[in-house]
Design a protein around this ligand. Structure first.
Ligand SMILES: *[C@@H]1O[C@H](CO)[C@@H](O)[C@H](O)[C@H]1NC(C)=O
Ligand SMILES: *[C@@H]1O[C@H](CO)[C@@H](O)[C@H](O)[C@H]1NC(C)=O
Ligand SMILES: *[C@@H]1O[C@H](CO)[C@@H](O)[C@H](O)[C@H]1NC(C)=O
Length: 394
């Protein structure tokens, strides 16, 4: 199936790079899928946009208004977005812009000395682009990256061959394809505040019969340095509440998927205390899937900000800082060795490596055979990473 192909696009296309001629065409496609894969996705901010429009109406130009409500001008022309408010691609772009803006502004509000996000808006010659926002060296956040990307183009022949080999009969020719997503990794300075990662994304591809295939993917997960059961429970409960109205099987299913995905095989331990992770979501219908993804994306701030506020002024010393740096080393091991998005991005010729490596911490360290003594708080974290826990006693 074509959608099956896309579900596995990263692996397949990487194989394609290795085996193919490395034509420009292939590499630009790869670059764009890579960006969108690492990038993530989500709901319509229309009510919210409308409200903003009212406030801004007395003001001046539309351009100023949209800069105010988002981190930068949308990648798709504002007129096209406004004219296509029922198109899922446009709704998704509005959603990721809104999620990015709200999240960046909420994090900035926690900084004591007014550190702000730097905004890097870029465009791809082949179509689409992205907005990379980074806050580095803040007093609360050591490094925070919040990225969106909106990319489109055509699938090259090689990719079509891959789909054929998977049983889908497709005519020769390019298949139009679109991807939009938001993704973020936050590394706080205080070791008592966990690291959070999230990514929500939407893909669309039109096959040669003109039939459109689409699906969503995404997730949110938490990586603490010190175990605080209350925090982990609050985090998981918030995610569950975001999932439950749509399907009560989602949270348990996507929690398990998350534990499986964010696992470091050579260490035999999880990267963190999990969260939710899903891919290939194409049901029950587009509307409901979008609302679900929107609900998850909107749950990021309530799942995480209370943890930041609770712990940003906690006392800590060198021992805690050292442990945090050591654990960040594990985070790096996962991202560089296993994360599909990172690997995919880096294998791409002309990769935008600064953005791809944006998820890495500013500082981390490795020590030979650091095994925390039994009974310490450090050992308690390792214990829980060895055996993924059911935080909500389901
Ligand atoms: C951020 O955007 C870049 C493009 O600049 C993309 O290649 C990268 O994968 C994205 N990184 C994250 C963490 O989303
Ligand atoms: C609406 O979207 C379609 C494609 O989805 C595009 O061709 C059209 O130009 C858009 N409308 C406007 C006014 O830009
Ligand atoms: C990995 O950890 C699990 C749980 O602690 C344990 O059951 C399993 O034997 C370990 N596997 C290896 C290869 O060490």
């Amino acid at each position: 199936m074509i959608s099956k192909f896309f579900r596995n696009n990263v692996r397949l296309i990487r194989r394609h790079i290795h085996t193919a001629t490395g034509s420009n065409r292939t590499s630009s496609l790869v670059r764009f899928i890579g960006a969108s894969f690492v990038g993530g996705s989500i709901l319509v901010g229309y009510n919210w946009l409308k409200q903003n429009e009212v406030h801004m109406a007395s003001g001046s130009v539309n351009k100023l208004a949209s800069v105010t409500r988002y981190m930068a001008e949308p990648i798709t022309d504002r007129k096209a977005l406004d004219a296509n408010q029922s198109d899922m691609k446009c709704r998704m772009e509005e959603l990721v812009m809104k999620i990015q803006h709200n999240f960046c502004r909420s994090l900035e509000a926690e900084e004591h000395f007014g550190k702000k996000f730097l905004v890097d808006r870029w465009e791809r010659a082949e179509g689409g682009g992205g907005i990379t926002c980074v806050l580095q060296d803040g007093d609360v956040f050591e490094k925070a990256g919040v990225n969106i990307s909106v990319v489109h183009g055509n699938l090259p022949k090689g990719a079509i061959q891959q789909m054929r080999s998977r049983g889908k009969q497709l005519a020769e020719g390019d298949l139009p394809f679109f991807a939009v997503g938001v993704s973020a990794v936050i590394h706080p300075r205080n070791p008592m505040i966990p690291t959070i990662h999230f990514n929500y994304r939407y893909f669309e591809v039109t096959d040669s019969t003109g039939e459109k295939q689409w699906w969503f993917g995404g997730g949110t997960d938490l990586t603490p340095y010190y175990l605080n059961e209350e925090d982990a429970k609050h985090f998981h409960r918030t995610l569950k509440e975001a999932c439950d109205p749509f399907d009560r099987t989602y949270y348990p299913k996507f929690k398990e998927w998350c534990d499986k995905y964010f696992f470091i095989p050579h260490r035999n331990e999880s990267r963190g205390v999990g969260g939710i992770f899903f891919d290939d979501l194409d049901g029950p219908d587009a509307e409901k899937a979008f609302d679900f993804v929107s609900s998850c994306a909107h749950s990021v701030i309530p799942s995480y900000l209370p943890l930041v506020q609770r712990h940003k002024n906690d006392a800590y010393g060198t021992r805690q800082r050292d442990w945090q740096l050591l654990r960040r080393g594990r985070y790096v091991e996962f991202n560089l060795i296993y994360d599909r998005g990172t690997k995919f991005g880096l294998y791409t010729p002309g990769a935008r490596y600064e953005s791809i490596l944006m998820s890495l911490p500013l500082q981390a360290k490795w020590e030979y055979m650091n095994i925390p003594p039994q009974g310490t708080e450090e050992a308690a974290v390792v214990e829980v990473l060895r055996k993924p826990k059911n935080w909500l006693d389901l």
